[in-house]
Design a protein around this ligand. Structure first.
Ligand SMILES: Nc1nc2c(ncn2[C@@H]2O[C@H](COP(=O)(O)OP(=O)(O)OP(=O)(O)O)[C@@H](O)[C@H]2O)c(=O)[nH]1
Ligand SMILES: [Mg+2]
Length: 461
């Protein structure tokens, strides 16, 4: 059996393409405030695992509805033949440029698509729409009306009364703000306009809901990979002598930061791909946390845990408990270790630099020394990375494909990360983070558990 098809039709500039973009999860659909943006009918399939669940046909708006209706009425041979008359109209005007847009929009309907008629419920109803609705009635195809809301006016009831004269099903559907559950609801409603589609559309709705869960797990997995990379990252640089080399250390710290930044970028891209937003441009207002020499205090205070909360996770010892972050870094975070033949004399000088990462001088079996910077020991780093990633993934998951503006990931206004994680889970997470910081890989079970916790956090606002 072939999949259900719907033609999205209506007056120019009423949000038809926006609805197509949302329902097909396709942000390449052309949308603009200019009327007449869509000039050709084009099908957008909604695919899952290679299978087409349903297809939406974007169409240009009606241009000469009244003329078309007059032609149809002149050729009327009774209610039973009206669809035939519409076909005759299409045949007779196959080369008539005046009716190009009507031809584009009526052809997919006469080829078997269901009709979704889109109006803007923020503008008043007017009789000029009646010719459009009447033509759609002539096609005899199953149809439903969607009241979109582009502006702030409210003429929904007026529209509802008019539309129900022509359509058995009328729904309000905000093309740009509709969330996932609204889309699922709409899909199931489509089933009601034609019984033969109901099983396929209910299957599609179920498949999309299962897919939603899968996407969440895949996103959680990407976040875990990011945490692993950032927490275990180390940089090793050759040292000329075994003397302290502040320049090498500076380079080492810089590379460490680049590793974290690159890992964040690739996680963000992967998450956007998972939610079908490959081209999305996102701006993160707290990005500076990586740009500065020392991870910025501001983003640490937005995303990180408070000293008291950190102390409760068990991450803190000595200087961390009750102290501010700076103080914490001075004590617990700077762990200097010596390798075989390490140049002990170098420690003092190296410890004077910023105190974010473990810094060690390692002797090499074949002679010479190298400087190893990392892993980053700040106990708040994983919480900051996790908080930023969660904020991003929640926005991307809810992002409607009809939106065209840059996604602004702004921490202001988001709840504090710590508030969405209860204390036992914080302790559990910290145990896993500590393992990563100590350059040990997670066991399969631990990793699964970490993915699971992150997945539940994606759902927790
Ligand atoms: N705020 C808001 N704007 C919307 C909504 N739906 C559409 N728009 C805007 O309205 C304008 C027209 O949207 P389109 O989806 O291009 O409309 P269309 O009916 O396909 O237009 P044509 O192809 O020109 O006939 C765009 O600027 C959209 O961003 C909505 O639900 N809310
Ligand atoms: Mg359009």
């Amino acid at each position: 059996m072939s999949h259900p098809k719907f033609a999205i039709v209506g007056h120019p500039n009423k949000g038809k393409s926006s609805i197509v973009a949302t329902l097909a999860e396709d942000d390449t659909v052309a949308i603009s405030p200019e009327p007449g943006t869509t000039t050709r009918a084009r099908a957008y399939p909604m695919r899952l695992d290679g299978e087409i669940l349903y297809e939406l046909v974007d169409t240009p708006g009606f241009q000469r509805a009244r003329e078309v209706l007059e032609w149809l009425e002149r050729h009327d041979r009774g209610a039973g033949r009206r669809a035939d008359v519409v076909r005759e109209f299409l045949r007779e005007h196959a080369d008539d440029r005046r009716f190009h847009d009507e031809r584009e929009l009526l052809t997919p309907i006469m080829d078997g698509a269901g009709i979704l008629y889109v109006v803007d419920g923020s503008r008043p109803y007017g009789r000029q729409y009646e010719a459009e609705m009447e033509i759609l009635r002539w096609t005899g195809r199953p149809r439903m009306a969607l009241i979109n809301l582009i502006g702030t006016g409210d003429h929904v009831e007026e529209w509802r009364a008019a539309l129900s004269q022509y359509f058995s099903l009328v729904r309000v559907f905000d093309a740009v703000r509709a969330d996932f559950s609204k889309r699922i609801e709409l899909l199931r409603a489509f089933g009601a306009i034609d019984e033969s589609w109901a099983p396929a559309l209910n299957r599609a709705a179920d498949a999309l809901m299962a897919e939603r869960e899968r996407r969440k797990r895949r996103a959680a997995h990407e976040i875990v990979v990011l945490l692993e990379t950032a927490l275990a990252a180390t940089v090793t640089l050759p040292l000329r002598g075994h003397e302290p080399d502040p320049e090498a250390e500076r380079r080492g710290r810089e590379r460490l930061r680049d590793i974290v930044r690159d890992a964040e970028r690739s996680e963000r891209r992967a998450v956007q791909d998972i939610y079908h937003h490959p081209g999305l441009e996102a701006r993160e207002t707290s990005e500076s946390f990586l740009a500065e020499d020392v991870f910025s205090k501001r983003s640490f205070s937005i995303f990180g845990l408070s000293p008291a909360q950190l102390a409760l996770t068990g991450a803190a010892s000595g200087a961390v408990a009750g102290g501010v972050i700076d103080a914490a870094l001075g004590g617990a975070s700077l762990l200097l270790g010596a390798g075989i033949g390490a140049a002990i004399g170098a420690f003092g000088a190296l410890a004077g630099a910023d105190r974010l990462a473990k810094v060690r001088v390692l002797g090499q079996p074949l002679g010479g020394f190298e400087l190893k910077v990392g892993p980053i020991q700040d106990p708040n780093l994983p919480w900051v990375i996790l908080g930023r990633a969660l904020l991003h993934v929640r926005l991307v998951a809810e992002r409607n494909h009809a939106r065209r503006e840059v996604l602004v990931v702004d921490a202001a206004g988001s709840g504090h990360l710590a508030d969405s994680i209860d204390a036992p889970r914080r302790r559990e997470l910290e145990k896993l983070f500590r393992k990563l910081r100590s350059e040990r890989a997670l066991e399969a079970g631990e990793r699964r558990r970490l993915v699971e916790i992150v997945a539940t956090l994606i759902d927790t606002p």
